[in-house]
Design a protein around this ligand. Structure first.
Ligand code: ZN
Ligand code: ZN
Length: 336
């Protein structure tokens, strides 16, 4: 490894086989841990000074980086590109689209150096059944809130210490990718709560619409992006309206964060509501359109009319809980 670090040309490293549906980060981390080194060291031997763990390489990777990785691993560049979300979402997001920060429909990890504010969602049962435990690209899709095989909600934090799942923080001594980076707990032993069948149905429908092709669930006269735009309107409805119509426990709070930044639990409730709306409209989402108001916009509107220096107004419990959720996210702590 030392020789590789000193060399300017990447050497052939003992990469693990890249599994179908596995994101690049999972594969690189598994490969590093299997050969007894930190993911950081492996990536230094591939890309030199470039730091992949300070960005979200599962979303996309520049052609030149893909090529370097392909030469180092011996895996075809096209296959590597297929392990990114940009390829997965090709039917929904134009390949030349550029987004500052959050990508639409991709669970935002948010990073500060190597640390993440949001965890990588996972199903503990899938990891436990894997011959070679690995993460799934589909778990990063924001509408994926549960495991269709095991019927439980995905998790994105360690049940023992509460740290969000950040496999890029694992080190050579961590064992494998199923360990919590902070406390070492085995994530496969986590207990997931039952996922609402309605949320799973809406998730499956979104998958089918994205996949397109013959037998697509896409209603006539709607494009894939129009359908997802309508879905965005539904899941962005005000929390009070959602809890009132779907019988969700009113005490549960909404963070006010963008859908991609919300916890699995919050997204799960919104996906369940989406299915109720779809059923009520017999699957036809044409004409659905509620102006999306982000949490930040809501906050600005709420502050309008408040004079500077005036004493703070009493705030609702929901508003305080939403602030609490945002604070936990900034601290890299999971919440439900
Ligand atoms: Zn599963
Ligand atoms: Zn932990």
């Amino acid at each position: 490894m030392r020789r590789a670090l000193d060399s300017e040309t990447p050497c052939k490293l003992p990469f693990r086989p890249l599994i179908q549906g596995e994101p690049l980060s999972s594969w690189l981390i598994r490969s590093a841990l299997a050969c007894g080194c930190d993911p950081l060291i492996l990536c230094t031997s591939i890309w030199g000074a470039w730091r992949p763990w300070t960005r979200d390489i599962d979303r996309s990777l520049a052609q030149v980086r893909i090529q370097t990785l392909s030469e180092a691993s011996g895996i075809d560049a096209q296959r590597l590109r297929a392990s990114t979300l940009q390829q997965t979402l090709a039917n929904l997001i134009p390949s030349d689209a550029s987004f500052a920060g959050c990508w639409p429909w991709v669970v935002a990890r948010g990073s500060r150096n190597r640390r993440s504010h949001g965890g990588f969602p996972f199903c503990p049962h899938c990891l436990a059944q894997d011959a070679r435990p690995h993460l799934r690209l589909s778990w990063r899709l924001a509408w994926h809130v549960g495991c269709e095989h095991h019927g439980i909600c995905l998790l994105d934090f360690c049940a023992r210490c509460g740290a969000v799942v950040s496999p890029q923080m694992l080190t050579a001594s961590s064992g494998d990718i199923t360990a919590c980076w902070r406390c070492g707990a085995d994530l496969r032993e986590s207990r997931g709560c039952t996922c609402d069948p309605k949320a799973l149905a809406a998730q499956g429908l979104a998958d089918a619409v994205l996949a397109g092709g013959p037998g697509s669930a896409l209603p006539p006269e709607m494009s894939t992006s129009e359908w997802f735009s309508a879905v965005r309107s539904v899941i962005s409805e005000r929390w009070a309206a959602i809890t009132a119509t779907s019988g969700i426990e009113p005490a549960s709070f909404a963070s006010g964060l963008r859908f991609e930044l919300q916890s699995v639990c919050e997204r799960h409730l919104r996906m369940r509501y989406l299915q109720e709306v779809i059923e009520a409209r017999n699957g036809d989402l044409r004409g659905v359109g509620v102006k999306y108001v982000s949490g930040v916009q809501r906050k600005r509107r709420a502050r309008r009319g408040v004079k500077r220096g005036s004493p703070p107004r009493p705030r609702s419990k929901a508003a305080v809980m939403a602030d609490w959720a945002r604070l936990l996210r900034r601290m890299g702590q999971g919440y439900q």
